[in-house]
Write a protein that binds this ligand. Structure first.
Ligand SMILES: Nc1nc2c(ncn2[C@@H]2O[C@H](COP(=O)(O)OP(=O)(O)OP(=O)(O)O)[C@@H](O)[C@H]2O)c(=O)[nH]1
Ligand SMILES: [Mg+2]
Length: 222
């Protein structure tokens, strides 16, 4: 369950990016941080050695109110190496949503499957059920020339009933990253009856024809 912080009038949703070593979790969070820009708090991370954990919070540009409290999202990832299994369990504790980042490299299929199994095990150990914690798959590295067909990744990894949503991404370019986050956010928020989103503000008129207007906003839900 998201944690209400009545002193700050906010409710914090925790989103964990899981997946095999090198699947693109850190690149994904760094990309989201870059794409969301000003809405993000400063990213805190350890970028040295094999420890590439990143954590940051953000409030959507169009404020989302849940049961009278403003939603804030806490994003984190952990290193995918099996040596960090205990860290995974800790990170997944209290998660309100999980994005599973899969590597589209055919040579990594078994590693993806093992990481998925480890993710579900850690969730079970935390007594989190898949009914309570939505999962979205990010099929990453779609730009690889020999990328596995998405259908094959789906067949092997998306064993959930009903199937979890899938978004194809290229974390390097940023493609699909906000889409995956939005799908997950909608699923998390759908569990609360009393959610409202501030109306979008009209973008400023371009000074001259053809000039760009404001950058696209991320609408978490509408
Ligand atoms: N071609 C391609 N490479 C990617 C993509 N996303 C990430 N990479 C590369 O894959 C490598 C691993 O990316 P990371 O983001 O560090 O992967 P990770 O899942 O955080 O890895 P661990 O923290 O070690 O588990 C890096 O060299 C990235 O540049 C992508 O979409 N396409
Ligand atoms: Mg990483």
């Amino acid at each position: 369950m998201p944690v209400p912080d009545h002193a700050r009038s906010e409710v914090v949703f925790k989103i964990v990016y899981a997946g095999a070593e090198g699947a693109g979790k850190t690149t994904t969070l760094a990309g989201i941080h870059r794409l969301l820009g000003a809405g993000c708090e400063e990213a805190v991370g350890a970028e040295t050695g094999s420890d590439h954990t990143i954590v940051f919070g953000y409030r959507p540009p169009r404020p989302v109110t849940v049961r009278g409290l403003q939603a804030r999202f806490q994003m984190m990832t952990v290193p995918g190496s099996v040596h960090y299994a205990a860290t995974w369990q800790l990170a997944l504790r209290g998660a309100d949503g999980v994005v599973f980042v899969a590597d589209s490299d055919p040579a990594r299929l078994a590693d993806n499957a093992a990481a998925l199994k480890a993710t579900f095990l850690a969730m079970r150990q935390n007594r989190a059920t898949l009914d309570e914690v939505p999962v979205v798959f990010q099929f990453n590295k779609r730009d690889l020339p020999g990328a596995l067909p998405a259908g094959e990744l789906d067949r092997v990894l998306n064993v959930l009933q009903p199937k979890a949503p899938v978004v194809e991404t290229c974390a390097e370019s940023g493609e699909g990253l906000l889409g995956a986050l939005e799908v997950l956010s909608r699923q998390m928020l759908a569990r609360f009856g009393d959610v409202s989103v501030a109306p979008a503000q009209a973008p400023p008129m371009p000074a001259r024809e053809g000039e760009p207007v404001a950058p696209p906003e991320m609408a978490v839900a509408s």
